[in-house]
Ligand binder design. Structure first.
Ligand SMILES: NC(=O)C1=CN([C@@H]2O[C@H](COP(=O)(O)OP(=O)(O)OC[C@H]3O[C@@H](n4cnc5c(N)ncnc54)[C@H](O)[C@@H]3O)[C@@H](O)[C@H]2O)C=CC1
Ligand SMILES: O=C(O)[C@H]1O[C@H](OP(=O)(O)OP(=O)(O)OC[C@H]2O[C@@H](n3ccc(=O)[nH]c3=O)[C@H](O)[C@@H]2O)[C@H](O)[C@@H](O)[C@@H]1O
Length: 474
């Protein structure tokens, strides 16, 4: 058994109580009972929710971890200055969205929140701190942050990069058993000491050989590369799904055969309506922007294609619905099952459902949405933004339903956009009886039993599967 140096009295603070800050810090608190962990945020509503029974994010297993530590060595607060002053290690897990305006708009990372957090730290810190980049940031951000921190000239800061690799919906198991923990730092004595201190925190539960120490730039770049490679796999199999439909091959069979090659591996080869989530597109675009800035247009173009392919896949899915419904969906009711970007999360950021819904609204369809976890207000926010309409206008086309059966009642078609397990358990005989005839199913996740659906009487389209002869494609 490897011994871990005692970290009794160590104080950790995390700025940003979101999808990353909340779960990662809760796991540290759980695994390191002698360490005090304080998570702070500018949003009082978010902090109130973390202090309540109704946590601000849905993540399987999270509630149990939070309630085991909260009030003991895990605290949520809006007192950012106090938390900074007390802490030995300050994680920064604020949002780093794609820039909407200015130089690099639509591609580069918007580091406004990061810089504000860094300036706050520089202003109030009085004793040396280890500042950890937890947010995903462009390469060389640590250098800029270090300049901001040291600008105040009050104390010493060691800036580390420690990107997070958790996936939503499986955050707790990912954190409990990570493939690796990556820590990048300056390779001088102080930087090495800071890296060792952080490594000792993780060593409470992560085997040492899975804690990788490297230089800052490699660490920052590795995070963008990991997400770009993952997204690239999804776009690759989605591209092949179009070839399968054109040729009569079955994408799941192809993925199985290809994935059994141990050099390729079986994960992330599930064809879908398109990837979503707050990070894949943002991080690829960030990599594209960096490549352009480094004068590497061919590399930029190569990775940009991953995003283009994703847009193509979403549009292809909508096209199948429109052509399948005899070239018009105007006034037709479409049940959209799932609004989250994947199952087991209530997160809708960049969800394929948003684009599918926007396109159906443009075609003047009546869309009935059901998702087991997404908050109603979130759907309205997403759709008003995506469609550039006000809520009343969106509501002329969209209704939100309490369950899948209600969404499907009188619908011409059902479109599955999120792979929630409960959609597999629906009583499809009952669903069929309530739908307009002919009744269509568009399975954007390939989770349903298509043969049984066809036996019941549905006309079925599934991503990358041989086309149903009854499906109109003209
Ligand atoms: N969502 C995910 O699954 C993953 C996200 N990441 C990265 O982690 C970072 C955070 O992502 P999320 O947690 O999803 O974002 P989020 O939007 O859920 O949370 C960010 C939080 O930071 C707070 N905040 C912003 N500026 C602040 C400031 N100056 N002081 C105090 N609080 C401030 C916001 O109020 C918000 O609650 C991003 O860079 C993202 O790319 C990395 C791995 C996984
Ligand atoms: O930086 C981040 O934010 C995180 O991004 C992803 O995690 P996440 O977006 O939460 O979820 P994924 O499981 O990666 O799924 C992303 C999207 O791809 C889709 N997907 C995934 C896998 C697949 O085979 N097919 C497919 O369509 C999912 O449905 C989802 O829409 C990465 O998996 C995490 O390692 C990373 O930390």
């Amino acid at each position: 058994m490897v011994s871990i140096p005692s970290q009794d009295g160590l104080k950790i603070c995390c700025i940003g109580a979101g999808y990353v800050g909340g779960p990662t810090m809760s796991m540290i608190a759980l695994k390191c009972p002698e360490v005090q962990v304080k998570i702070v945020d500018i949003s009082a509503a978010r902090i109130d929710a973390w202090n309540s029974d109704n946590l601000p994010i849905y993540e399987p297993g999270l509630h149990k971890v939070v309630t085991a530590c909260r009030g003991k060595n895990l605290f949520f607060s809006t007192d950012i200055d106090e938390a900074i002053q007390e802490a030995d290690i300050i994680f920064v897990a604020v949002n780093t969205p794609t820039k909407k305006v200015g130089i690099g708009a639509g591609r580069a990372s918007d580091l406004t929140y990061w810089e504000l957090a860094a300036r706050r730290i520089a202003q109030v810190a009085e004793t040396p701190k280890i500042v950890v980049e937890k947010s995903t940031v462009p390469i060389k951000t640590a250098e800029a942050i270090s300049a901001v921190l040291h600008g105040a000239g009050k104390t010493r800061f060691d800036v580390l990069s420690n990107p997070e690799f958790l996936a939503e919906g499986t955050a707790i198991t990912d954190l409990d058993n990570p493939d690796r923990v990556l820590i990048g730092g300056q390779l001088d004595e102080s930087g090495q000491k800071a890296m060792d201190t952080l490594a000792d925190v993780y060593a409470h539960w992560v085997p040492r050989d899975r804690i990788l120490l490297t230089n800052v730039w490699s660490s920052e770049l590795s995070k963008l590369v990991a997400n770009s490679f993952l997204a690239q796999r999804v776009s690759s199999i989605n591209a092949i799904s179009a070839v399968c439909e054109a040729s009569g091959a079955d994408v799941d069979e192809v993925a199985r055969a290809v994935g059994m090659d141990t050099r390729i591996g079986p994960k992330f080869l599930k064809a879908s309506v398109g990837f979503g989530g707050s990070c894949f597109q943002k991080d690829i675009l960030n990599l594209v922007y960096l490549c352009e800035s480094f004068g590497l247009p061919e590399v930029a173009h190569y990775f940009h294609q991953v995003v283009h392919m994703n847009d193509y896949q979403k549009e292809r899915f909508v096209g199948r619905i429109i052509h399948g419904l005899y070239n018009t969906v105007t006034g037709k009711k479409i049940a959209l099952l799932g609004f989250a970007f994947k199952k087991d999360t209530g997160d809708t950021r960049e969800s394929a459902s948003i684009d599918v819904c926007r396109r159906l609204i443009e075609e003047k369809a009546q869309v009935a949405i059901y998702d087991p976890k997404v908050e109603e207000e979130q759907v309205w926010m997403d759709l008003t933004y995506a469609c550039k309409m006000d809520k009343t206008e969106v509501q002329k086309y969209v209704t939100l339903c309490p369950d899948a059966l209600t969404a499907c009642k009188d619908a011409h078609a059902m479109a599955v956009a999120t792979e929630w397990d409960e959609f597999k358990e629906l009583d499809f005989h009952q669903v069929y009886d309530t739908m307009t005839k002919p009744s269509f199913v568009f399975d954007g996740r390939n989770i349903l039993d298509h043969a049984t659906l066809r036996e019941i009487g549905f006309v079925v389209y599934a991503i990358g599967k041989p086309l149903d002869p009854k499906l109109s494609t003209a």
